[in-house]
Design a protein around this ligand. Structure first.
Ligand SMILES: [Zn+2]
Length: 400
């Protein structure tokens, strides 16, 4: 049996006040509706209580990885995504602080070129003073602080709202940091790193305060947060007996694939937007079945237009997805020998322009059947699976 997991990022949504419909209800989606009609549906909680609705947490949960056990923070996942070899990683923003108050978490949207100069200057200073600290450059203000040091126990997480359950707050977290976007307008002295590594992290911040104003006006401090040890995920093949192939346009999902020791396939000409290379992505999924019996195909564009807050464009993006990904693939597969699961990782309501933690609709084709005739947020609520924990999804797909 072949198994295909299709993840249209951020597709679920709320009702639009003008049309009275969600984008998924508004869109013409004959292929997803066919799979829902011939298969079985439900809704799934992909964000465990106490976690932020990030794509990292949601997709790990869908793949059956319990984030309460394995998730060590956003920094480590982003480091994994960038292929950074290190023992500990923090997200690190270039920020702007005025009179001791956090004013801008984005370093006034510093551009890539100026950010490169800033990061290089900071790295030169670190080389002299803190040898195992190194910044890896991302886009604009978003960077990774890698600390190549053995540490006996887990660290990581943020106080102030992010990605923490009581369990790892008390048992695992020994370094407390704060997300800069959560402390805008507040005095930073109360939110400097605490606990293990605190003195080194504070020293790092002090060095950044000296170095950055010499090379840029946009940012005057580097701010580490959501750090932890690099995660030690089980391999997917150990969990399910098959290696699995991950196909995605974004490095976050590719990083998760690498972390689970899956086969990671990159496709040329993809944009992560609605003008992406649909055919290339769909063909890559079909091709992957020659070597692998389990394939994940994640698409980013629908989430992007949701963040833009564009309802009409989201409807269009969903229709393109239905035709050029779902339709293209099911027209070319022998449907008698495949199970297909399709679900968004989390809702991204256009009205809110950001992710929310509510349950997402899912469909499974190739096993049981229920009375659901269309793939929408509302219709899937009436499906035979009801509301389930996201961690059960992979079991359902692998028992179909
Ligand atoms: Zn997502």
């Amino acid at each position: 049996m072949k198994r295909l997991l299709l993840i249209p990022d951020g597709m679920a949504d709320w009702k639009n006040p003008k049309t009275g419909k969600t984008p998924l209800e508004e869109a013409d989606t004959p292929n997803m509706d066919f799979l829902a009609k011939e298969g079985a549906c439900g809704i799934a909680r992909t964000i465990p209580d106490g976690y932020e609705p990030g794509s990292d947490v949601a997709n790990l949960t869908i793949l059956g990885i319990d984030v309460r056990k394995y998730y060590t923070g956003r920094g480590p996942i982003e480091a994994l995504a960038k292929g950074i070899k290190t023992k500990i990683a923090f997200r690190c923003n270039l920020v702007y602080v005025e009179n001791g108050v956090m004013v801008d978490y984005s370093g006034n949207r510093i551009d890539d070129r100026e950010a490169e100069i800033a990061v290089n200057a900071l790295n030169s200073a670190l080389k002299e003073k803190m040898k195992d600290f190194k910044l890896y450059r991302g886009r604009s203000y978003r960077h990774i602080l890698a600390i190549d040091r053995d540490i006996d126990r887990d660290i990581g997480g943020d106080v102030g709202g992010n990605n923490l359950t009581e369990t790892n707050k008390t048992n695992l977290t020994e370094t407390k940091t704060f997300a800069p976007h959560d402390i805008i307008g507040k005095r930073i002295e109360n939110y400097l790193p605490k606990g293990k590594l605190a003195s080194e992290l504070r020293e790092f911040i002090r060095i950044s305060e000296k170095v950055l104003p010499e090379v840029t006006d946009k940012a005057n401090m580097a701010w580490p947060w959501s750090g932890g040890k690099m995660p030690n995920f089980p391999s997917f093949s150990k969990l399910r007996g098959v290696r699995g192939t991950m196909i995605s346009e974004v490095d976050l999902l590719q990083g998760i694939g690498r972390g689970l020791k899956m086969n990671v396939v990159e496709v040329e000409g993809v944009t992560g937007y609605i003008n992406t290379n649909y055919k290339g992505l769909a063909k890559a999924a079909l091709r992957a079945f020659k070597e692998d019996s389990f394939v994940v195909l994640h698409l980013e564009g629908i989430d992007e237009v949701s963040h833009e807050g564009n309802y009409e464009l989201k409807v269009e993006a969903i229709e393109l997805y239905d035709e050029k990904i779902v339709g293209y693939i099911i027209d070319r597969l022998d449907l008698s020998e495949i199970a297909i699961m399709l679900l968004p990782d989390h809702p991204t309501p256009v009205e809110k322009r950001t992710h929310v933690s509510e349950p997402v609709p899912f469909l499974v084709y190739g096993g049981k059947r229920d009375d659901v005739r269309m793939f929408t947020e509302k219709s899937c609520r009436k499906g035979m699976f009801g509301e389930i924990s996201g961690l059960k999804l992979i079991d359902i797909l692998f028992s179909s």
